[in-house]
Design a protein around this ligand. Sequence first.
Ligand code: MTE
Ligand code: MO
Length: 209
Amino acid sequence: MSPDTDFAPTRGFTGRARAADRDPRLPPGQYDARDGWPVLSAEVTPELAAADWTFRVDGLVASPRTWTWDEAHALPASEYRGDIHCVTSWSKFGVRFGGASLDSFLAAAGPLPGATHVVAYSHTGYTTNLPLADVTGGKAWIVWEYEEGPLPAEHGGPARLIVPHLYFWKSAKWVAGLRLLDHDEPGFWEQNGYHHRGDPWAEERYSGD
Ligand SMILES: Nc1nc2c(c(=O)[nH]1)N[C@H]1C(S)=C(S)[C@@H](COP(=O)(O)O)O[C@H]1N2
Ligand SMILES: [Mo]
């Protein structure tokens, strides 16, 4: 029996007790996955060698560009240390991802003034939409390292997008590119009922939340 169910019926302080015990890093409705890292893919893990991986930025940009593995690694190194949250309700605290800031790629391509949204797409065909403001200003990365090693293939290696302040379905694995648009265009999960933005602190899980 959990401590909550032990005293909840008699004391009626359930909500308050839970709030006090709760790790402040945990958004509402989430649990701590601790050592586990669930694999969540609507797709089969592709056989994608680093040498064949490319990342493109196009759409509403001054100069559309494609980076190879080596070219991407020549950008200033940048890492994310912090938490991640999946809409299926697991969160992981204090993980490290290494790669390059998405800002470095975007600066080279030069977003045009009309660009408001992006669609991130994968080498496998997965898509997800994001407001441009959610992937600029140090909030998004293209990463190829997890902790101190290479990003495992089932978690998106050789390289994936991470946008850790939003639910993790926005973090396209095996990322192939980013298209800048002047409108919002729902991606794979968003067409299937997920929220367009996906802020875990606001519990934006499904469209209408
Ligand atoms: N290309 C691709 N990226 C994807 C997915 C996918 O099916 N294909 N699943 C998304 C979902 S729903 C989640 S929660 C995370 C899961 O990442 P993980 O498998 O590394 O935990 O990847 C996201 N990125
Ligand atoms: Mo997910």
